[in-house]
Design a protein around this ligand. Structure first.
Ligand code: TRP
Ligand code: ZN
Length: 470
């Protein structure tokens, strides 16, 4: 797979943006300043080079869709409010499958072509500065299959559909700049038969019923990566309450539970406790509401969809803690390239260790020791290295999750518990609703501790071998 990828991408770029497309990914400074050029069909991530577009940044997505459960079809319109990084004669959005009826740019009909998952838009006149693309589309969304064989994106269920889009499935239900580098606010309006409920991210701002159909409007006012955007449509028990954070802030809680799993009262009681547990260690909860979605999805994993993680079936406590920890690390502070995924998964896995330690389990030091001793040098825990791999099929493997968590424990033992949690809190605060890189984390840990930590992070994150001497 990785060996054919670059060729595939070159082909996509050549067909989508025409002549000189490969250089158009990074146009010369003079061209960038004045002459309109194609936006380039890549946001530049080496693991997913055909995703995204570096020619613009999205501010806001407004998504409207009607869902027909009998056919599984959607009828949809998405407006993408964006700003150019340089004047654009054409540009691409990512959209897999579905039939595009029309595209308008700033209200004017625009030409469009489809090349694989690239929707290439050529506006009547080049765009510069703010511009709005409105796409009307319909059809039965496809489910995206990942390099590791797992399903993501729009997933039909026996009572509706659920979206879980890490890493690239967002393009199966709305046209987007499909890269975590481009975070935006969202408004999502879904109409479905009134016997079904619709979960989404952020806050429920409106619910209106008419002629047996109900429209649910969810608003996400905190910038969000496209892979975290979620709707889930199905037969649900809907639970609405409020909780208090550690600072006394009132937080709305909306949870959606597939009644086939009972009422999940224990999980729902756990949510406020876990949020406060994490706040005491990592600082203020980064968003304005919380909750869970518990559904029969059939994908075999949970996802930290912003505000409201999705669980495939009844979760255990550490999985709830894991997905809620991602609200700080992953959702609020988001990676800039997918090879830094340990900044999400290592942190969430370490949060499980912290929870276990005060709920009858081993200390984080002990958990580290068990992982280290149970995995001989030949174990797949040690290769590829957590932050250096080239095959996207390695994203959700033990090195990223477990060796990522071990890296944090090694850091903690090196700089001490007090400095360690200062790093965790400052990381969350300084990059709130933004992005981070491993290099920035290392720099922060060095500033807080006053130590040279380069060799430690190098051995733990970049070398495909078991670090010795532990
Ligand atoms: N990021 C998810 C979590 O750790 C897991 C996940 C998302 C995943 N997509 C996946 C795991 C695909 C395996 C395969 O909470
Ligand atoms: Zn995770």
């Amino acid at each position: 797979m990785p060996s054919v990828r670059p060729r595939l991408v070159a082909a996509v770029l050549a067909t989508t943006v025409g002549l000189g497309s490969l250089t158009a990914v990074a146009p010369p400074a003079t061209a960038r300043a004045s002459t309109p050029s194609p936006g380039g069909g890549s946001a530049g991530d080496p693991l997913f080079p055909s995703m995204g577009n570096s020619g613009y940044q999205v501010r806001h997505y407004a998504i409207r869709l009607a869902f027909a459960p009998r056919t599984g079809r959607i009828d949809a319109a998405t407006s993408v409010f964006a700003r150019t990084t340089h004047p654009l004669s054409s540009y691409s959005l990512d959209l897999q499958g579905l039939h595009v009826r029309s595209v308008r740019v700033d209200g004017h009909p625009a030409r469009f072509e489809r090349h694989g998952h690239k929707l290439v838009v050529t506006p009547r006149r080049p765009v510069r500065g703010r511009f709005t693309t409105s796409v009307a589309y319909a059809g039965r969304p496809t489910t995206h299959i990942d390099p590791d064989g797992s399903s993501e994106g729009w997933v039909p269920t026996d009572d509706g559909a659920t979206v879980v889009s890490e890493p690239v499935g967002a393009m199966t239900w709305f046209p987007d700049n499909n890269t975590p580098r481009d975070k935006a606010t969202f408004a999502v309006r879904v109409t479905a038969p009134s016997r079904l409920a619709v979960a989404g991210n952020g806050e429920l701002v409106r619910r209106r019923s008419q002629a047996g159909r109900t429209t649910w409007t969810w608003r996400q006012g905190h910038r969000m990566a496209t892979y975290l955007a979620m709707v889930s449509i199905g037969r649900y028990s809907v639970h609405h309450s409020t909780m208090r954070t550690t600072t006394g802030r009132r937080l709305p809680v909306w949870s959606f539970v597939d009644p086939r799993y009972g009422s999940q009262a224990a999980v729902r009681r756990l949510v406020p406790r876990a949020v406060r547990f994490l706040e005491r260690r990592y600082g203020r909860y980064p968003f304005s509401s919380t909750g869970v979605v518990i559904d029969r999805v059939g994908v075999g994993y949970a996802l930290e969809t912003q505000n409201r993680p999705v669980f495939d079936g009844a979760p255990d406590a550490v999985t709830v803690v894991h997905e809620l920890a991602h609200q700080w690390y992953g959702d609020s502070v988001t990676l800039t390239r997918w090879t830094d995924l340990w900044l999400h998964e290592g942190f969430a896995t370490y949060s499980e260790d912290l929870w276990n330690a005060v709920h009858g389990g081993p200390s984080p030091a002990r958990a580290f020791r068990e992982r280290y001793d149970a995995n001989p040098a030949s174990s797949s825990l040690w290769s590829p290295a957590p932050a250096r791999f080239s095959d996207p099929a390695d994203m959700f493997g033990a090195p990223v999750y477990e060796r990522g968590a071990m890296t944090l424990q090694v850091l903690r033992e090196r700089i001490g518990t007090s400095d360690f949690f200062a790093v965790m809190r400052r990381w969350a605060a300084a990059h709130h609703e933004g992005h981070g890189t491993t290099a920035q984390l290392v720099a922060l840990a060095e500033r807080v501790s006053g130590q040279d930590l380069g060799p430690l992070f190098h051995d733990w994150l970049y070398v495909p071998a078991r670090p010795s001497g532990y």
